[in-house]
Design a protein around this ligand. Structure first.
Ligand SMILES: *Cc1c(COP(=O)(O)O)cnc(C)c1O
Length: 320
């Protein structure tokens, strides 16, 4: 693999920070900006790239030429790993939850077209994905590989997500007040909190994770694990929180209200959202603006974490 292909920062654009305008937003006493991580790369943009970046660098520096990871049939992480692996010259192996269905769905056929080797395991085996014995078995079966956890969430992933905060700070003259992301494992949120905590600034900032899953309060435990903080020492930190109300019935559950919102958002702001994560976050942000839950004058940043490929898993007329 050519060394130059791993100078990531030079190869990929800094995602734009875009202010949204509409009669509703312009009359609300807040400013809303979107950090367009969906535009980093057409195939492996979004937070999955943020989480891959330092993992790929680490894998490369440690002599690995193969990545092995885990995901469901519509996984954004499988999709991004397959595409980024191809782009940066890694072989990729995807351990997929469930049975192989023919024809392959859009996500898996794309992954295969990138050269990813797909291997299916039943749900029981899939649950062992974090266990050393299961991982060793996979290595014996497929050969030596750098193992990425499901969703790409580990400590090197946090390092990549910290850069969202560094970039936004560079893109603005004035500090922001709140930064929002959609949350599944909580790693993206944890990375942003970690960056905010290491700043010298006296301006108080808050990171907010909108849970894409029902019962999202478990995410607080996950975020604390990633941050290595003891929840009993500081049960109510004021620099981050989980918003758990806008899950729409659970992970990958949608309804007409959400779909209508996605259509309106696209026609109003010319930005596509994904139904699993970013649509629920923006829906939540707009509800919070409407109910005047943000302090007057707040500058709010919303991270568009990508994931648009997943929309193919729904029957969404006119959206992707
Ligand atoms: C995976 C994903 C998330 C969730 O990120 P976590 O770090 O797991 O919380 C959010 N948005 C999109 C589009 C994703 O694909």
């Amino acid at each position: 693999m050519a060394e130059s292909s791993l100078i990531f920062a030079d190869n990929l654009p800094v995602s734009p920070l875009q202010q949204l305008h509409s009669p509703f937003l312009d009359s609300a006493d807040v400013q809303l900006f979107v950090k367009r991580d969906d535009l980093i790369h057409p195939q492996f943009g979004g937070n999955k790239w943020r989480k891959l970046k330092y993992n790929l660098q680490h894998a490369h520096h440690n002599g690995f030429n193969t990545l092995l990871t885990f995901g469901g049939a519509w996984s954004n992480h499988i999709y991004a790993t397959a595409a980024a692996g191809k782009h940066f010259g890694f072989k990729t192996i995807g351990i997929i939850r469930g049975e192989r269905h023919q024809p392959l769905n859009a996500t898996l056929s794309f992954a295969e077209s990138c050269g990813m080797q797909l291997h299916y395991v039943d749900r029981k085996q899939y649950r062992q994905k974090h266990e050393a014995s299961f991982q060793e078995k996979l290595i014996r079966q497929f050969g030596d590989a750098y193992i990425l956890p499901e969703g790409g969430s580990n400590s090197l992933a946090l390092k990549g997500c910290e850069e969202i905060i560094h970039e936004v700070n560079n893109q603005r003259q004035q500090p922001f007040d709140v930064i929002c992301c959609a949350s599944g494992t909580g790693a993206t949120l944890a990375g942003m909190v970690s960056a905010i905590r290491s700043e010298k600034s006296t301006h108080k900032k808050q990171a907010m994770g909108f849970s894409a899953l029902k019962g999202g309060d478990f995410l607080s435990t996950e975020v604390n694990k990633y941050l290595n903080t003891d929840i009993t020492e500081n049960p109510h930190p004021d620099d981050w929180k989980i918003e758990s109300r806008f899950h729409f019935g659970g992970y990958a559950k949608i309804n007409d209200d959400l779909i209508q919102f996605m259509h309106r958002f696209k026609s109003q702001y010319d930005i596509e959202l994904d139904a699993v994560y970013t649509a629920k976050m923006f829906y939540g942000i707009f509800e919070l603006i409407r109910s005047e839950s943000f302090k007057p004058g707040s500058v709010i940043i919303a991270v568009h974490s990508g994931g648009l490929q997943g929309n193919k898993g729904f029957n969404l007329q006119g959206l992707v």
